[in-house]
Design a protein around this ligand. Structure first.
Ligand code: PNS
Length: 164
């Protein structure tokens, strides 16, 4: 039986508990899961690519032997083919995510029909959680406890120059 390899792509600036929830669900469903971080300096992320990779690796540690973290640039479907992946995972939280995700999934299918997009829902508690919100709250000194891992909360405090 060939292995099913899934890619979970994103910016992960920074990784939230919603992302981690999907990683855990994806790791159960697929033989191998690659968390693929987009290298796009034009987006001016708060965390460098290396910081984003390190944070996810440190959080996952050795608990998920079938998950690895990687970076990509250029076309996602080309990267997926290079990795011998068959599936792209994307999270859908509220219905507002759907339109953009549908466009992206259909564009990716047009570009590469061998790759299938699978939409997954995170736990209800993370429905309104996003990296953008977490950064906004953190920037003005608000608590992000329960929304990101303690490591990410600490790194956010350092980045934002906010000290409790
Ligand atoms: O976490 P994000 O920012 O919602 O992730 C978006 C991402 C990285 C999945 C998307 O921007 C992407 O795939 N970029 C790579 C370029 C590409 O392949 N574009 C064609 C799909 S529309």
């Amino acid at each position: 039986m060939p292995k099913t390899i899934a890619i979970y792509p994103g910016t992960f600036d920074p990784v939230t508990n919603g992302h981690l929830d999907l990683i855990q669900r994806g790791a159960k469903l697929f033989d191998e899961l690659i968390v693929a971080i987009l290298h796009n300096p034009e987006k001016k992320p708060v965390f460098s690519l290396e910081e984003r990779i390190e944070m996810i690796q440190a959080i996952l540690d050795k608990d998920y032997p079938n998950v690895r973290v990687d970076a990509f640039d250029g076309l996602l479907v080309e990267y997926a083919i290079c990795q011998n992946a068959q599936v792209l995972i994307r999270g859908i939280r509220a219905i507002s995510d759907y339109e953009y995700e549908l466009q992206m999934a259909l564009m990716n299918r047009r570009l590469e029909p061998r790759i299938e997009t699978v939409f997954m829902m995170p736990a209800e508690a993370y429905t309104y959680l996003s990296s953008r919100m977490v950064k906004q709250v953190s920037k003005v000194g608000g608590s992000v406890e329960g929304l990101v891992s303690p490591l990410v909360a600490e790194k956010l405090r350092e980045k934002m120059g906010v000290h409790p």
